[in-house]
Design a protein around this ligand. Structure first.
Ligand code: AMP
Ligand code: ZN
Length: 114
């Protein structure tokens, strides 16, 4: 999608600090980090949100989760713990309409989230 910022990051038309490239996913640092480690894992193909996810996305979802864990391990937060977040809809504060898994770590995270 031409007007989707995350599609444009995947296409490397918009600069981003890309930390992992997989066949189905990219991972890059969030520009407004909420924790010392804050990385977004996104599908290469445009998937707007979880309402578009179906059984055909099994491999994609597996790669998103395994990539998130690899990033967490490489960033040194896997052992201490980290959080994976999918914000869905307005009440959750979802702002970018391209599916993205937040990887947050490097500090004690509060629960419940704000
Ligand atoms: P969400 O609120 O779940 O939709 O999260 C969107 C996230 O994308 C926010 O944490 C933003 O800081 C982040 N973000 C927006 N634009 C960019 C960008 N160009 N590069 C990296 N992160 C971005
Ligand atoms: Zn997109």
């Amino acid at each position: 999608m031409d007007d989707c910022v995350f599609c444009r990051i995947v296409a490397e038309e918009v600069p981003a600090d890309i930390v992992a490239r997989g066949s189905l996913t990219r991972a890059f640092r969030d520009t407004n980090p909420q924790a010392p480690v804050h990385v977004l894992v996104v599908p290469v193909e445009h998937v707007a949100d979880v309402t578009e996810v179906g059984a055909q996305h099994g491999e994609l979802l597996a790669e998103m989760v395994t990539t998130a864990h690899q990033v967490a391990a490489r960033e040194g937060v896997a052992e201490g713990g980290y959080r994976l977040v999918l914000n869905v809809g307005d009440d959750a504060g979802n702002t970018v309409p391209h599916l993205h898994l937040h990887v947050l770590g490097g500090r004690r995270l509060t629960w419940p989230p704000g």
